[in-house]
Ligand binder design. Structure first.
Ligand code: KG4
Ligand code: ZN
Length: 345
């Protein structure tokens, strides 16, 4: 079964073709980062308009790369939420229109489910059940994943998401938007031990996070120092160390709380090299295994949506899904509200 995946929830237009027999056939991505960077953040109206410009050429390109035609597709999967309403509407309307025209099923996919399942695109892939640490620009959550659609929230941020903290701190250090990757690069020039920042909620006794205080601590440091290039790098390193330590400790606690031995990292911050190295060392030392998506599938992409759609279509009674004759998007959508597929129970 071949599923076309469409991701347009924020500032990336991602398209992919996933085949349940042969895996990922092709995928394309257009990032709007350059367009939004001059405004210091995503401008929703510009995002929607750019998705409209990009989506059909990208679908054509994805089909051509896989040497497929529209008639080869068995199902459509589009990101239905959460995200920017106008941006979501672009992917949902194209997905529903193709489904209607081709008389094939369409599935609205939860964006975070796409992220959660993205490590299953790699080999070796984790098996259910596992703990997932979801660290993106909008979310920081620890999830117990029992199967496709069976998610239990173990803990989450009470304020800023980890990616948001990276972006805001990067801005304070004069780096562009989004600043996560740039901050991480700058941190490599930092001298360890010069600054020590707090580890928020490290000993809170639960699996929740808080990152907004860290950004304030960075602001205080920035205001107190003469800001040389070396000082910026030292602050970047101290910030990254604090985030990495808190994320790692909480992920380890989630593993011991659930008794699971597999940890999956998903979302844009999962691309962070220091996080990957530290987590791998700490998790392996406890006899557990950590799984990462390929770097290109950490940030938003169409492959994770095509894959989640394929898993859901394969597990359900295919004929239960009708071609779309209408569609809705959900700018806000709680992951725990999803229902599962029987085969993964
Ligand atoms: O998952 P994602 O592409 O979008 C959301 O769904 O939010 O994540 C984007 C976030 C941004 O905040 C970005 O700064 C952060 O991931 N990010 C990183 C790195 N690469 C991307 N943060 C830290 N280190 C990185 N290497
Ligand atoms: Zn995302």
């Amino acid at each position: 079964m071949i599923v076309l995946g469409i991701e347009t929830s924020c500032d990336e237009t991602g398209i992919a073709l996933y085949d349940t027999q042969h895996g990922l056939l092709s995928h394309t991505l257009h990032s709007q980062i350059k367009m939004h960077s001059e405004y210091g953040g995503v401008v929703p109206e510009l995002a929607s308009r750019d998705h409209i410009r990009r989506i059909l050429p990208l679908i054509k390109q994805t089909l051509a790369t896989a040497e497929c035609t529209l008639q080869d597709i068995d199902g459509l999967a589009y990101t239905q939420g959460p995200g920017l309403a106008g941006a979501l509407l672009v992917g949902a309307s194209v997905g529903a229109a193709l489904s209607f025209a081709l008389k094939i099923p369409a599935l609205g996919i939860h964006h975070l489910e796409g992220h959660l399942l993205s490590p299953l695109l790699s080999t070796p892939a984790p098996c259910f059940p596992f703990v997932a640490l979801l660290v993106s620009g909008g979310h920081t959550q620890l999830m117990q994943v029992n199967g496709v659609g069976h998610y239990k929230l173990l803990g989450e941020t009470v304020d800023d998401a980890a990616g948001e903290a990276f972006d805001k701190t990067a801005k304070l250090l004069g780096l562009g938007y989004p600043g996560g990757a740039a901050l991480s690069k700058l941190a490599y020039q930092g001298q360890p031990g010069r600054f020590k920042l707090p580890r928020p909620m490290l000993n809170s006794g639960d699996l929740n996070f808080s990152f907004s205080g860290l950004k304030t601590a960075v602001l205080t440091l920035v205001n107190k120092q003469e800001i040389t290039q070396q000082t910026r790098a030292d602050i970047a390193l101290a910030f990254q160390e604090a985030v990495v330590e808190v994320l790692t400790e909480k992920a380890l606690s989630a593993l011991s709380q659930t008794g699971f031995t597999q940890l999956v990292i998903a979302g844009g911050v999962g691309a962070n090299k220091q996080l990957r190295e530290y987590l791998t060392d700490m998790v392996t030392a406890k006899g557990s295994t950590v799984f990462y998506p390929e770097l290109e599938f950490c940030t938003d992409n169409g492959a994770m949506i095509a894959f989640a759609g394929a898993m859901r279509l394969r597990a359900s009674k295919y004929k239960d899904h009708q071609p779309a004759n209408s569609f809705t998007v959900k700018a806000r959508w709680d992951l725990e509200m999803l229902t599962g597929t029987s085969s993964s129970e």
